[in-house]
Ligand binder design. Structure first.
Ligand SMILES: [Zn+2]
Length: 70
């Protein structure tokens, strides 16, 4: 687990989203910030809200769709 650039807490996970064909992103379990990147976070300010990200893809966000990779 890494430190989240947004909230500063150690809740940042590399995850796959089962509802989006196991797309790999970074997601903070503390503040629900999501970085749409597979490898590393290059732009710390380029986060979106997990709920909004899933809504944009037509899906109601749920942590049941999140599979932790590390
Ligand atoms: Zn956070």
């Amino acid at each position: 687990m890494k430190t989240c650039p947004r909230c500063g807490q150690s809740g940042l996970h590399r995850v796959s989203l089962t509802a989006l064909d196991n797309r790999v992103v970074y997601l903070c379990e503390e503040c629900d910030s999501l970085w749409d990147t597979q490898d590393e976070i290059r732009d710390e300010a380029a986060y979106v809200d997990f709920t909004q990200y899933m809504q944009k893809n037509g899906i109601t966000a749920s942590w049941q769709q999140v599979k932790m990779l590390d």
